[in-house]
Design a binder for this molecule. Sequence first.
Ligand SMILES: Cc1cc2nc3c(=O)[nH]c(=O)nc-3n(C[C@H](O)[C@H](O)[C@H](O)COP(=O)(O)O)c2cc1C
Length: 181
Amino acid sequence: MSAPVIVVGITGSIAAYKAADLVSRLVKADCEVHVVMTHGAQQFITPLTLQTLSRSPVVTDIFDGTHGWKPGHIDLADRASLLLIAPATANVIAELACGLAGNPIGEIALATLAPLLIAPAMNGKMWQHAATQQNVATLKARGAEFIGPEEGLLACGYEGLGRLWNVEGIAARALDIVRGH
Ligand SMILES: Cc1cc2nc3c(=O)[nH]c(=O)nc-3n(C[C@H](O)[C@H](O)[C@H](O)COP(=O)(O)O)c2cc1C
C-alpha cells in the first residue's frame, strides 16, 4: 500500500518551531509529508529545516516552478490524503473562511478534496474575537476539523486559550484520519 500523503501547512505563529517535531513524527510514521509555508512562517523557522525533516522540497511560493509542468501546489492538492495546518494563525483561518488563494496554503485548501485538519495557535483575545470564532464556525460548517487550541501560558505573556495543541496529539489525530479511523 502506498504511504498516505500529508500536506502540512505552517503559518506565521510563534509556535511554528513545533511544526518541525510534528513533521518528524509524521515521517517516522511512514507518511509522505510535504510542507507548505507562508511568508510569515519563514520568519519563525526555515524551509531548510522542514525540507530536511520532511525529505521533500518545501513550497513557499505559489509561483515556484520546480515541480514539472503542473503547478506544485495543484499537484499536492491532487495527491493529498490530508491537509493539516499547524500552527494556523488567525490570519490564515480568516483567509480559508473567505476562500482566499493569495498564498499556497489557501490555494491547496481550495483545490483539494482531502480532509482539512486545523490546529490554531494565537493570543487568547485573537482566538476569542468574534471574527475568528465566526471564521472557525464557517470552516467547521464546511467540514473542517479543529484540534485545540489549549489553555496555558501563551508566548505573548498572557494566560489563556490559544496554545497550539500538543504535537503528539496533533500527529495522532492526523494519523487516525489518514488511516480511516
Ligand atoms: C513574535 C510574533 C508572534 C506571532 N504569533 C502569532 C500567533 O501565534 N498566532 C497568530 O495568529 N499570529 C501571530 N503573529 C502574527 C502573524 O505573524 C501575522 O498575523 C501574520 O500576518 C500572519 O501571516 P500568515 O497567516 O500568512 O502566516 C505573531 C507575530 C509576531 C511578530
